[in-house]
Design a protein around this ligand. Structure first.
Ligand code: ARG
Ligand code: ZN
Length: 858
């Protein structure tokens, strides 16, 4: 059934307390749940209570100590008549965690037991009103064989523990903070901890633990340090303090997502915990820092203030992503982090906004909420709150946040509550701004700068494109940071904020005898597409000297995007192609030569726009032509600037390994130089990549070199792939990289390689990281996935069908890659559609995959 936001009604019963008892076993776990329920005065009276279940059988149901004879099942839910004002309900269920391949609810992962309850996994453990607006205080007793599960963890604080009969032991946990069921967690297993301490601003001593398998302990230091930094930063930047004496993080190998913010017991994908220089890249280190922060920040934005219903998901996710982005900006430098975040938005969220799955950051309806943990809800959600911050300024924004936390602490809130707190606390008028919550689609802003006399006039117009279910859109407030550069001096008189609130508007600026160069949407102040015709010379100017790093990056991107889009679209004549290439070469050469630029930023500036982003710029894209143009340009630049790239590679290869910014920048640009050379001069690049691989004393250099080699036809390719595998055999996360490198490779036979790898003894559909390492990587490899035969599409459709019964959530995440068919040239579009139809024809699809496939077919 379709669930609608407007149908929200409060639950008729409150559940102030829940006591849970777990008798744990990998194959048999017995769960006894006792709920204290009372009528909810704020809801409509009901003489039944609906307890959600998912695949559960109730072994016994008792009300106020008496066996209840009159309960019934409605689908998976248990319905129980209740006539009094308050009752105690006791339900016993039995589950088999080892058979839980969906990884929702209680499941087994390499010998341990763990849980994932968000969004609706708790109902796979016991019958309960499994919705985020029912808040309860949890008391949990867990028992099990001590040898198998020496460590027993749950939310909150451990209040008692002891030994039982026959080699068992038990622990009792109490979480004083009322929470919804999606924040419940339990872990039992043979784990060791890297422990630390943190003293909060009011003097609370908090014990910190990063729990892992014994062999992983040496790779937990970065995670622990990241946690301490996060705790410190949230106090300084948002005034948010931790509220328990214990904070546990557990790393799990089998996990559907990145991590989960369960109160006091965060459960993480190992990918976002384990790192050392030999096995993790710089990007891995950063991702760990960012995800640890994200989950920690949820303690306030998500846990202390939670969501009323799942339509409000962006309330916690968009806000928490913004908070983790601001944190990472402070840790790693604002310029590069902002560019990375925009790149993610454009490659992951723009395609959602322009495709069949487009939805507002606060969706209006869904069948399966797991399908709405999207880049739109998370990343566009963060951009929307970032715009409020831009309009209010950091201080007033902070005041708005303070008011929000103060007003809604302990509540299940809505996006509307957040907006109101911002209006009152930050002093913003957000009447029209609310449209950002209800309208889907990436707005397009058309820009024209007119000059006459001493006045420069900025003419802006906006268009919010139609999206499924939303044919007509209203104009939204679009805050644009701008600067007007004097061409001669290369300076500007200060940045201004222009808010375009109408369909069309003009803004005049005086004091310009000569036409200035416009820098617009600086810092990417609004998540929109800018459309303008601007001379190459202006873009070359901005790419070389804009004082806003993002704008500088953007100018370089615009130069390349406009060229490739024109070339892959209507086509370019020789003269136009030569002029376009020459401008790009000039800008790139200036970036390579700029001694004032740090290598990390240089690495951003030289990066070519992704094929996904390029395709987004075209109404109908031909993946083959875009790929050919992009590779052709890269090869031409690689040849034209060969000596510059070789010299750059040589210079940065001298810099020893370190975690400081300069050394990290060196590693980033080192592999990028190889990427250009590999396109321009494959033999030379193969030699250099082989040397880089052999000299590497860290994963960033080694993986970079191997990535380049994997795309080339050279003897070193096989050699180094074998070497890498042998070196890291048994290390799951690094073997994931080995699969990925081959699946994303530029090698003409990449698809055959993927097919062979699917039969590799290390490949399994049971582990989401492994599935993604091969197939998500492949689906993102344009030349292989979009191969003309349609084989790539068939491969992904086969995967979806095979994976769906095992892990529906992960299977459904592959659908959007096929769902893009409407924006692809007709021959491929037909093949993609055909595969979607083949999936749709299956009569046993999960709700997850069914929803995504039907929406994609439209
Ligand atoms: N709240 C988690 C996080 O961002 C994600 C959990 C998603 N779970 C799911 N089943 N979709 O941070
Ligand atoms: Zn989150």
């Amino acid at each position: 059934p379709l669930i609608r936001r407007e149908d929200y009604t409060p639950f008729p019963w409150l559940v102030p307390q829940i006591a849970l008892e777990f008798e744990l076993g990998i194959e048999h776990t017995l769960v006894t749940s006792t709920l204290t329920v009372a009528r909810n005065a704020k809801a409509q009276r009901s003489d039944t209570i609906r307890l959600n279940g998912d695949g559960l059988t109730a072994l016994s149901v008792t009300v106020d100590g008496e066996p209840a004879g009159d309960w019934s099942m409605d689908g998976d839910d248990l319905i129980l008549p209740l006539h009094g004002e308050a009752h105690a309900i006791k339900v016993v269920t039995a589950i088999d965690p080892s058979a839980n391949s969906q990884l929702m609810g209680l499941y087994a992962s390499s010998g341990m037991l763990c849980t994932q309850c968000e969004a609706e996994g708790f109902r796979r453990i016991t019958f309960f009103p499994d919705r985020p607006d029912v808040l309860s205080t949890y008391t949990v007793r867990m028992s099990g064989p001590k040898a198998e599960f020496p460590i027993l963890l749950c939310n909150g604080n451990r209040v008692a523990e002891g030994e039982g009969e026959g080699g068992t032991h038990w622990a009792e946990w109490h979480d004083p903070w009322p929470k919804p069921s999606y924040l419940f967690a339990l872990v039992a297993g043979d784990l060791v901890a890297n422990s630390g301490r943190f003293t909060t601003m009011s003097g609370r001593e908090v014990e910190l633990n990063i729990w892992v398998r014994a062999e992983d302990l040496p790779r937990t230091e970065h995670a622990l340090e990241s946690l301490k930094k996060s705790m410190q930063w949230d106090e300084q930047a948002f005034g948010r303090e931790y509220d328990l004496d214990l904070f546990n993080i557990v790393a799990v190998s089998d996990f559907n997502m990145g991590a989960m913010e369960n109160k006091g017991l965060n459960v993480f994908n190992t990918k976002y915990v384990l790192a050392d220089p030999d096995t993790a890249t710089d990007a891995d280190f950063d991702a760990i820092e960012g995800v640890i922060a994200h989950e920690y920040f949820h303690n306030w934005s998500g846990n202390r203030v939670t969501c009323r219903d799942w339509f409000q998901l962006s309330l916690k996710e968009g806000f928490t992503v913004l908070r983790d982005q601001l944190f990472s900006q402070d840790m790693q430098g604002e310029a590069v982090k902002r560019i990375e975040d925009v790149r993610i938005l454009r490659s992951a969220q723009f395609p959602e906004d322009s495709g069949p799955l487009a939805h507002p950051i606060r969706p209006d309806s869904f069948r399966e909420i797991s399908n709405f943990y999207t880049a739109t809800v998370y990343n566009k959600g963060a951009e929307v709150i970032r715009m409020m911050r831009t309009m209010a300024g950091p201080e007033r924004f902070r005041a708005g946040c303070d008011l929000y936390f103060e007003r809604h602490d302990g509540e299940a809130a809505t996006c509307e509550d957040f907006i109101r707190a911002m209006e009152e606390g930050a002093g913003l008028d957000l009447e029209q701004f609310r449209l950002w919550y209800s309208q889907a689609g990436t707005p397009k802003v058309t820009v024209r700068l007119e000059h006459s006399g001493d006045t420069a006039t900025l003419h802006l117009s906006q268009q919010v494109p139609p999206t499924p279910g939303q044919p007509d859109k209203q104009a939204m407030p679009i805050p644009l940071r701008i600067a007007l550069f004097d061409r001669a001096t290369g300076k500007h008189e200060g940045e201004q904020l222009v808010v375009l609130g109408k369909a069309e508007d003009s803004f005049a600026f005086t004091g310009f005898a000569e036409p200035p160069v416009l820098s617009i949407n600086r810092g990417y102040s609004a998540p929109v597409t800018i459309e303008r015709t601007v001379p190459h010379a202006d873009l070359v100017f901005l790419a070389a000297q804009d004082d806003d790093s993002f704008a500088r990056y953007e100018a370089m991107q615009e130069l390349v995007v406009s060229h490739i889009v024109a070339a892959a679209g209507d086509g370019l004549d020789d003269a136009a192609r030569a002029a376009g290439r020459a401008a790009i070469r000039t800008a790139l050469a200036a970036i390579l030569a700029d001694a004032a630029l740090d290598d990390s930023m240089r690495g951003e500036l030289v990066m070519l726009p992704s094929q996904t982003y390029l395709s987004e710029q075209m109404l109908i894209a031909d993946p083959g032509r875009i790929h050919a143009e992009r590779e052709g340009l890269k090869a031409w630049l690689g040849r034209e600037l060969e000596s510059e790239f070789v010299a750059l590679h040589l210079r940065v290869s001298e810099i020893p390994y370190g975690l400081e910014q300069a050394a990290r920048g060196a590693r980033k640009i080192k592999t990028q130089a190889l990427v250009y050379l590999a396109a321009g001069n494959p033999d030379l690049a193969a030699q250099m990549a082989k040397a880089q691989y052999e000299a590497a004393d860290n994963m960033t250099d080694r993986q970079g070199a191997l990535m380049v080699l994997t795309g080339l036809d050279s003897a070193a390719r096989t050699d180094k792939l074998i070497d890498f595998y042998r070196r890291y055999q048994g290390n799951e996360l690094v073997i994931d990289k080995w699969f990925t490198l081959q699946a994303i490779s530029l090698h003409p036979h990449a698809i055959e390689h993927v097919r062979v790898l699917a039969g590799h003894p290390d490949f399994t559909l049971r582990n989401p990281n492994r599935v993604r390492s091969l197939y998500m990587a492949f689906a993102g490899n344009p030349h292989a996935f979009h191969g003309e035969s349609g084989e790539g599409y068939r491969m992904i459709a086969d995967l979806i069908l095979a994976l769906d019964p095992i892990n529906a959530q992960t299977a459904a995440r592959f659908v959007p890659s096929l769902g893009r068919w409407r924006r692809i040239e007709p021959v491929r579009a037909a093949l993609m559609r055909q595969e979607l139809e083949r999936i749709a024809a299956s009569d046993r699809l999960s709700r997850d995959t069914f929803e995504q496939v039907t929406r994609s077919l439209g």
